[in-house]
Design a protein around this ligand. Structure first.
Ligand SMILES: NC(=O)c1ccc[n+]([C@@H]2O[C@H](COP(=O)([O-])OP(=O)(O)OC[C@H]3O[C@@H](n4cnc5c(N)ncnc54)[C@H](O)[C@@H]3O)[C@@H](O)[C@H]2O)c1
Length: 355
């Protein structure tokens, strides 16, 4: 546990897009935290960030930063195939870790990371920022309360323009096979969101894919059908190359339905009683109003970046300070990885995969 009177000293590994546009501005909003060091191997980025962060302690090797005794915890923001090494070394050095998604590149890597954190009594939190989205949390509460009755079917969508198009500077590593392509960039978010809403494990999956960037040997768009424990069936589509960012999950139960997105929420009560309908309208407006208020507040505070990342940072810091379990754990990441591997296997074998 960290002395509560002292500021928590955080180090950032990888000073690319997500670190500089999201995590650093977010961490600067937390009064009990300071960014005391960074590690980055690209000299140009080091130069740029040194000026903008006014940061003297910038290492070109993250292991040197871990040894420096300048940090208590680290954010891992490097390309995906480095997540495992950067996290394992940090945990071996006694540092708490927030590892950007996906937490490692394979099931085995995620298991090793998760076990080591437990063994060394350190916090390891995967960067599953949508866990902290109000609408998704509210939907998860309604579903677990039984208000939707028995869940029958799910439909989930997560589309983005893709890192190659929207990112600046361009990070072509996203498209290389060793990083897992869209399955590990976007699939990870929507499978984690489905897991948050419905805890039943996905145990059968069949996936189709298409390849939109023909010079790269990695899928860009994926559609899957799946079955969960308890007989729930579902479809999930995710991909790059969309003209818009779009996230939506529809959950249908015997007692009602929810259609939820990052900024939208609809709850449909099965009751025919007009009172039930009025009640669900009030509930929907309340959830929308809460999201809008939080958003306005974040704009005023100058952190339009993302309320989800702010809540994620607070959760990480709180877990380190009071030693409590983080809201999302290494085991959650392992479960997501099992589904991602099944998606990859199904694309490759053109067969249904049992998990
Ligand atoms: N949670 C989210 O919604 C979200 C959003 C964006 C990115 N991410 C994740 O964050 C990670 C980084 O993504 P990004 O878009 O910022 O990538 P990026 O390419 O913009 O940045 C990666 C940085 O890491 C540096 N780097 C590479 N190898 C290094 C090493 N060995 N030591 C130190 N630095 C090294 C690169 O030079 C670069 O500056 C990825 O895993 C990605 O999946 C998550």
């Amino acid at each position: 546990m960290i002395n509560n009177k002292k500021k928590l000293r955080i180090g950032i590994v990888g000073l690319g897009r997500v670190a500089t546009a999201t995590h650093i501005p977010v961490l600067k909003l937390l009064e009990d935290v300071e960014i005391t060091a960074c590690a980055e191997k690209n000299k140009e980025r080091i130069h740029r960030v040194k000026e903008f962060l006014n940061m003297q302690n910038v290492f070109d090797d993250y292991k040197e930063m871990y040894k420096s005794k300048l940090v208590d915890a680290v954010y891992i923001c490097v390309p995906t195939h480095i997540h495992h090494d950067a996290t394992i070394s940090a945990l071996q050095s006694g540092l708490h870790v927030l590892c950007e998604k996906p937490m490692g590149r394979t099931v085995e890597e995620a298991v090793e990371m998760s076990l080591l954190a437990k063994k060394n009594n350190l916090i390891l939190m995967p960067g599953f920022k949508y866990r902290y989205n109000d609408n998704l949390q509210h939907a998860a509460q309604i579903i677990s309360s039984g208000l939707l009755g028995n869940i029958i079917q799910v439909e989930a969508t997560f589309m983005t323009p893709g890192p190659y198009i929207s990112w600046d500077p361009k990070s072509e590593w996203y498209l290389e096979k060793k990083h897992g392509g869209v399955v590990y960039d976007i699939g990870v978010h929507i499978i984690e969101t489905v897991n948050l809403l419905i805890p039943n494990k996905i145990n059968h999956i069949y996936a189709y894919s298409s390849q939109g960037y023909h010079e790269y040997d990695t899928p860009t768009n994926v559609s899957c059908s799946f079955k969960m424990e308890g007989g729930i069936t579902g479809n999930v589509i995710f991909g790059w190359r969309s003209s818009i960012d779009f996230t939506r999950v529809s959950v249908f139960g015997t007692g009602g339905a929810i259609v939820v997105g990052l900024k939208s929420f609809d709850y449909f009560n099965a009751g025919t009683d007009p009172k039930d309908r009025i009640y669900s309208h009030i509930r929907n407006s309340f959830t929308e109003a809460k999201t809008v208020t939080k958003r306005i507040f974040s704009i005023i505070k100058g952190s339009e970046v993302s309320i989800n990342d702010l809540e994620q940072a607070k959760a990480f810091v709180n877990s380190i300070r009071d030693g409590s379990a983080p809201p999302v754990s290494g085991e959650n990441a392992v479960n997501v990885h099992k589904v991602l591997r099944a998606i990859e296997d199904s694309i490759q074998t053109k067969k249904e995969i049992t998990i």
